[in-house]
Design a protein around this ligand. Structure first.
Ligand code: NAD
Length: 256
């Protein structure tokens, strides 16, 4: 029997084939999971649907902009009409205004700070609140974070502060949802060239530092994040909740 046979997981955050959410979907799909995808809106509809149709035909695809509670409710209602329960939720969503990533952190606008927190952190709370009603036999919620939550990574700025709130939210959600057998964990991934990463100034030098200084003297591959998500989504991690697991070739342990 495959690790994820009979398990149903909602994947939020595929924009294209480079998305971390897509790498996670591939690992879960290979292990036998049934998947439903949510995408941000009309702009991404064609791209996401054609990717899913090509590689995972039959999977559900529904729009969901996480800044709207109504949208989140509608998306999970649609999923609930097809599935009577879900076993997992992958939240791989973040956003900060380009202007706020281009100035020193001290110059962050009130509006930009709020927006980064809303989309990159609060959206986990909002989706967990809705998704838990479908997690009738318990479940696993997985979100994506980055080392910039724990340490200062130049240029990550407002997003680092949003990720710190996200990591703290993982712990509070894990505490609240534990009695319902719902586990909540985060993966702290090393740098990967994705659409979101394009917004971070000087991203190439972050990649090079990791390649030079990480214990494994290399960067990571998105499939390595996918396989860690598979562990977290499956029964293999049944005793693990409230954790942040680094998939970064060990870079986070290095002082210099
Ligand atoms: P990506 O651009 O492929 O994915 C980001 C996703 O967020 C997109 O699908 C986008 O549509 C979605 N999104 C943004 N605003 C949204 C909204 N209002 N409603 C719904 N969806 C919205 O980039 P990625 O690198 O795969 O990012 C996925 C997650 O991984 C993010 O949380 C990111 O911070 C995190 N992460 C990325 C890296 C990296 O180096 N790429 C490293 C660590 C963590």
């Amino acid at each position: 029997m495959q690790l994820m046979e009979g398990k149903r997981v909602v994947i939020m955050g595929v924009a294209n084939q480079r998305s971390i959410a897509w790498a996670i979907a591939k690992s879960l799909h290979k292990a036998g999971a049934e998947l439903a995808f949510t995408y941000q809106g009309e702009r991404l509809e064609k791209k996401v649907k054609s990717l899913v149709e090509k590689e995972m035909p039959g999977s559900l695809c529904v729009p969901c902009d996480v800044t709207s509670d109504e949208d989140i409710q509608k998306a999970f209602d649609t999923i609930g009409e097809k599935w009577d329960r879900i076993d997992g939720l992958v939240h791989a969503i973040a956003f900060a205004k380009k202007e706020d990533l281009e100035v020193p952190f001290v110059e962050t606008s009130r509006d930009g700070y709020g927006m980064a927190q809303d989309i990159s952190s609060y959206s986990l709370v909002a989706t967990a609140k809705t998704a838990r009603k479908l997690m009738k036999d318990g479940g696993s919620i997985i979100t994506m974070t980055y080392l910039g939550a724990e340490r200062v990574i130049p240029n990550y700025n407002v997003m680092g502060v949003a990720k710190a709130a996200l990591e703290s939210s993982v712990k509070y959600l894990a505490y609240d949802l534990g009695p319902d057998h719902i586990r909540v964990n985060a993966i702290s991934a090393g740098p990967l060239r994705t659409l979101a990463a394009k917004g971070v100034k000087d991203f190439n030098s972050v990649l090079h530092v990791v390649e030079e200084r990480s214990p494994m003297r290399r960067g990571i591959d998105a499939s390595e994040v996918g396989d860690t998500a598979l562990y977290l989504a499956s029964n293999m991690s049944r005793g693990v909740t409230g954790e942040v697991i680094h998939v970064d070739a060990g870079f986070n342990i290095v002082g210099m």
